[in-house]
Design a binder for this molecule. Structure first.
Ligand code: IMP
Length: 461
C-alpha cells in the first residue's frame, strides 16, 4: 500500500472532552487563522455552536464553524448524517448574513440521509419511554439515532442516491414500509401529539411516501452541486500542503462506545473517528486538542457524578448556570451544571489521545469562594481514579473532591497567563497534574480574541 507522503501540512482534531457544549465553535473559528479547511466527521444537526464575531452571535448546527472565515473550505464527511432540509436552511441563513457558502462547502456523497421518518421515530421512541416510566435519553429529537441505525443496518439512503430518482424511490418505499410498521405497531404513533414541523409528512399517522419523495427530489437540485468525493478532496488538500482542522461535535462522554451508554449519541465522537468519518488515514491526525470547560455541564438524561443543584439561587451550580448562560444552542434546554471532574477527563484523555487541553469558560468561575475538583470516586466501597464504563456503573460513583480556593478578580478577556489571579493559575495547574494533560490554551470569554495561547496546536511538536 502506498504511504501518504509527508508534506508540510499539519492537521488538528478538535474534540469536546466532556458532554459537549465545551465551546468548540469559538476555538475552531480561532484556529482557522491557520487552517484552510475545516471538516465535520460525525453527528448531524444535533450539534450547535454559538460563535460571537465582532459582537454578533451566529449559531451553526451542521456547517463547520470555519465557514465564518472568508476563503476557508468546509467539508462534511461521510461520518455525518445529513438532513438536506436543515442544511439548506442553514446555508440560506448564512447567505442572508452576507456569508458566501456554496462555492466552498463540499458534502460527501456517502453521507446517510436523515429523512422525516427518522425524526418521527426518534420522537415516538422518547414518548414511549416516557409513557412506560422508563428513563428517556433526552435526545435532541433530530432523528440522529434512527438515521445511524439505518446506516449500520445497511439500508440507509445516502446523498449519492439523490442522483438517481428511481433508485431513491425503490429504497425509500422499502424503508418506509419498515418504519411505518414500527411507528404504528410498537410506538403507538396514532396517540402522539406531533409538533407542527412533522405534521406535513403524516397521513393517518403514517409517514407519506409522496411527501418525503417530492421534498427530497426538490432539495436534490440545490444540494447536488455541493456534493463531492470528500475523501479524495482532503487527501489532495493534504498533498498540496493545506492545514486541515477536524471539528468534533458533541463530546467524548456522549460517544456511542466510550460514553455514558446508553445515554449517548449514536456516533463515535472521539478523535480517532476523524479518520474514518472523513476518509483520511489516522497518520494524518497530528495533534488532538481537547476542549474542556472549567466546570461540567450536560443536557439530556444520564449520570453526572459531580452534578450540583443548579436551580437554587446563590449556589455554585446556579452561578455556573446563570453566569455561564448554560442553555442548549440546538434545543434551548437548560444544561445541568457541576464541578470539574478530573477522573472523567482522564478517561477522555485516554480514548482521544489528547495532545493538549484548551480550558474554556474559566471566567464563569470568577467570584466563587471555593472550587471543588473531583479526583476520583468511591464505587461499591472501592476507591477508583478513572471514570468507569457505562451508565449503571457511573450512576453508583460517589465523587471524591479536593477543595481549592476561588478568586474574586476578573479573568474576562485575559490574553496572558500572568494576567490571571494566582488561584485561577493554581486551579489550572492542578487540572494538569491530575489529568496528566498539558493546558495549551485558555479561553476567557466568547470573543475570538480573548484567548491565552501557550502552545499553538499547528506549531506544537
Ligand atoms: P441525540 O444525539 O439527539 O440522539 O441525543 C443523544 C444525547 O446527546 C442527548 O443527551 C442529547 O442531549 C445529547 N446531545 C446531542 N448533541 C449534543 C450537543 O451538540 N451538545 C450536547 N449534547 C448533545
Amino acid at each position: 500500500m502506498k504511504k501518504q507522503e509527508a508534506t508540510p501540512a499539519r492537521h488538528v482534531v478538535v474534540v469536546g472532552t466532556q458532554w459537549g457544549d465545551e465551546g468548540k465553535g469559538k476555538l475552531v473559528d480561532w484556529l482557522t487563522e491557520t487552517a484552510t479547511g475545516v471538516v465535520r466527521f460525525q453527528g448531524g444537526h444535533n450539534a450547535g455552536h454559538t460563535l460571537v464575531i465582532n459582537g454578533q452571535k451566529t449559531a451553526l448546527h451542521l456547517i463547520p464553524s470555519g465557514i465564518m472565515r472568508a476563503g476557508v473550505k468546509c467539508y462534511i464527511g461521510n461520518g455525518v448524517v445529513l438532513s438536506v432540509g436543515k442544511l439548506l436552511e442553514e446555508i440560506q441563513g448564512l447567505e442572508r448574513a452576507g456569508v458566501s457558502v456554496r462555492d466552498r462547502l463540499f458534502i460527501s456523497e456517502a453521507c446517510p440521509l436523515i429523512l422525516p421518518f427518522h425524526v418521527t421515530i426518534d420522537m415516538a421512541r422518547e414518548a414511549a419511554k416516557e409513557r412506560s416510566g422508563g428513563a428517556k435519553i433526552g435526545t435532541t429529537g433530530r432523528g440522529i439515532g434512527p438515521a445511524y441505525e439505518d446506516k449500520i443496518a445497511r439500508r440507509a439512503l445516502r446523498v449519492q442516491d439523490l442522483r438517481h430518482p428511481e433508485r431513491f424511490a425503490i429504497k425509500l418505499k422499502e424503508l418506509l414500509a419498515l418504519h411505518n410498521h414500527v411507528l404504528s405497531t410498537f410506538l403507538d404513533g396514532a396517540n402522539i401529539e406531533w409538533p407542527d414541523a412533522v405534521k406535513p409528512y403524516l397521513v393517518d399517522s403514517q409517514v407519506s411516501f409522496d411527501a418525503v419523495y417530492q421534498e427530497a427530489m426538490a432539495q436534490a437540485a440545490e444540494l447536488l452541486p455541493m456534493v463531492a468525493d470528500v475523501s479524495k478532496a482532503l487527501n489532495e488538500a493534504h498533498a498540496q500542503g493545506a492545514n486541515l482542522l477536524f471539528e468534533g461535535a458533541q463530546g467524548t462522554l456522549l460517544d456511542i462506545d466510550h460514553g455514558t451508554y446508553p445515554f449517548v449519541t449514536s456516533s463515535n465522537c472521539v478523535a480517532g473517528n476523524a479518520a474514518a468519518g472523513a476518509g483520511v488515514g489516522p497518520g494524518l491526525l497530528h495533534y488532538v486538542l481537547g476542549i474542556t470547560k472549567a466546570y461540567c455541564t450536560r443536557v439530556g438524561g444520564g449520570p453526572f457524578p459531580t452534578e450540583l443543584d443548579w436551580e437554587v439561587e446563590g449556589t455554585p451550580g446556579w452561578h455556573m448556570a446563570t453566569v455561564g448562560a448554560e442553555r442548549g444552542t440546538t434545543t434551548g434546554r437548560s444544561r445541568r451544571c457541576g464541578w470539574f471532574d478530573a477522573a472523567l477527563l482522564k478517561r477522555s484523555a485516554q480514548v482521544n489521545g489528547l495532545s493538549g487541553l484548551c480550558i474554556t469558560k474559566l471566567d464563569v468561575l470568577d467570584g466563587l469562594d471555593e472550587l471543588k475538583l473531583c479526583i476520583g470516586y468511591e464505587l461499591d466501597g472501592e476507591r477508583i481514579d478513572l471514570l468507569p464504563m457505562g451508565a449503571d456503573e457511573i450512576e453508583r460513583c460517589k465523587p471524591i473532591y479536593e477543595t481549592l480556593p476561588g478568586w474574586q478578580d476578573t479573568t474576562v478577556g485575559a490574553t496572558q497567563m500572568e494576567q490571571l489571579p494566582a488561584n485561577a493559575l493554581a486551579y489550572l495547574r492542578r487540572i494538569e497534574e491530575v489529568t496528566q494533560v498539558p493546558v495549551h490554551m485558555v479561553s476567557t470569554s466568547p470573543d475570538r480574541d480573548h484567548t491565552i495561547l501557550l502552545k499553538h496546536p499547528y506549531h506544537a511538536e
